[in-house]
Design a protein around this ligand. Structure first.
Ligand code: CP3
Length: 348
């Protein structure tokens, strides 16, 4: 929570994303809502993940839990990257400890053409949740999000989580036209999903291209980036900062920015001073504490937080975050301490 901000548009998160002066470095954590919190586990008990994501009361409460507990500077909508597909009618289940599993993976050109499209009219539950959240959050911004076309394609084609994404790449090389159509359709549904959140009051958006780091820069630039750019372009004139994140994207950092981001999310592999050089001027950075560091002793956590804050001085603006999501075994008190430490170290 930014004590000085009167509105989310004037919050430290939005200001840092735009490279404007802040009262202190804003902090939030990817996967801040979720299994690290006992109050989340209690609330979720007996409700399937994707059902919870479509229940406005549960979405609102789960989204607020980490904001209350950790005093972070932003809420992120409780949802999932596969939700637009699920709402459109694709048979997907999120299996605990595994991730999204697709009943009928996309393996042929005909499978691509048979995918249902998302209609904005199917997102009333989402608008209800976002409006309730914005009212509850006051000056604290809500981050809306969507999965980027490539990362969604990996789940659709592999049928579930995968390490190498070999089937995905094989389809990309063997069926370039159908690949282009698939990513185009996924970009349309991601844009519809983001517009619904922003129009209901979200103050920033993050596009998760979690698995883009498995691609070469050349393939990413030619076969993926135009579709991620189309998602951001689909926001039109909506004046909210755009955060773009992937894991293992060290070689892609300049391109991740070029796709239309105000803020480039960086994992723990590239220090933020080096990331600032790769991303270039005109963009802020988000990251990049290794989530595994939170499992280490207190002194290590503090040293690593200080290092991230120090290296971030090379960036136009900095949003403190982890390099990827909170690990389920993380002690939530450590997250609370990290948020407080970042605030203390960076108070202007
Ligand atoms: C790749 C991806 C997915 N989902 C998401 C991504 C991109 C971010 C990343 O790279 O981690 C995005 C996501 N998923 C979730 C959020 C909520 C907001 C937040 O607090 O960050 C966000 C932003 C909730 C969730 N999404 C999921 C959970 C856990 C489900 C549960 O609590 O049972 C949560 C809280 C399930 C999920 N959904 C997905 C995976 C890999 C998993 C984990 C499976 C597991 O470990 O159980 C797909």
């Amino acid at each position: 929570m930014s004590p000085a901000a009167a509105s989310p548009a004037d919050s430290d998160l939005v200001r840092a994303a735009r490279g404007l002066p802040v009262t202190r470095t804003p902090v939030w954590f990817m996967r801040q809502a979720g299994r690290s919190l006992p109050e989340y586990r209690a609330l979720r008990a007996g409700t399937a993940m994707l059902a919870a994501c479509q229940d406005p009361d549960l979405v609102t409460e789960i989204t607020l839990q980490p904001v209350r507990r950790h005093q972070v500077d932003a809420a992120i909508l409780f949802s999932d990257i596969v939700l637009p597909l699920v709402v459109a009618g694709v048979d997907i289940e999120i299996k605990p400890g595994i991730g999204p599993v697709v009943a009928n993976p996309v393996r042929t050109v005909a499978d691509v053409d048979a995918l249902p499209d998302l209609d904005a009219g199917q997102l009333a539950f989402l608008e209800t949740a976002v409006r309730a959240l914005v009212a509850e959050l006051g000056p604290t911004p809500l981050i809306g999000f969507a999965g980027a076309p490539f990362t969604l394609a990996t789940y659709l084609i592999e049928g579930g989580p995968s390490k190498e994404h070999a089937r995905t790449k094989a389809f990309m090389y063997a069926e370039p036209e159908a690949w282009g159509r698939l990513l185009e359709r996924l970009s349309l549904s991601a844009a519809t999903f983001l517009r619904a959140q922003v129009d209901a009051g979200a103050s920033a958006v993050q596009l998760f291209d979690s698995w883009a780091g498995v691609l070469s820069a050349a393939d990413y630039a030619e076969r993926v980036l135009p579709h991620s750019r189309a998602v951001f372009d689909g926001l039109g004139e909506r004046d909210v900062p755009r955060i773009h994140f992937g894991v293992g994207t060290g070689e892609l950092l300049p391109l991740i920015g070029d796709a239309g981001a105000d803020v480039v999310g960086v994992d723990w592999r590239v220090p933020l001073d080096e990331a600032a050089r790769r991303v270039g001027p005109g963009r802020s950075l988000q990251g990049n504490l290794d989530p595994a560091v939170l499992l280490a002793d207190r002194d290590t956590v503090e040293r690593e937080v200080r290092r991230v804050v120090q290296q971030a001085q090379a960036a136009r603006g900095h949003i403190f975050n982890l390099g990827h999501g909170v690990l389920p075994d993380t002690d939530p008190d450590v997250l609370t301490r990290v948020a407080a430490l970042v605030h203390e170290l960076t108070a202007r």
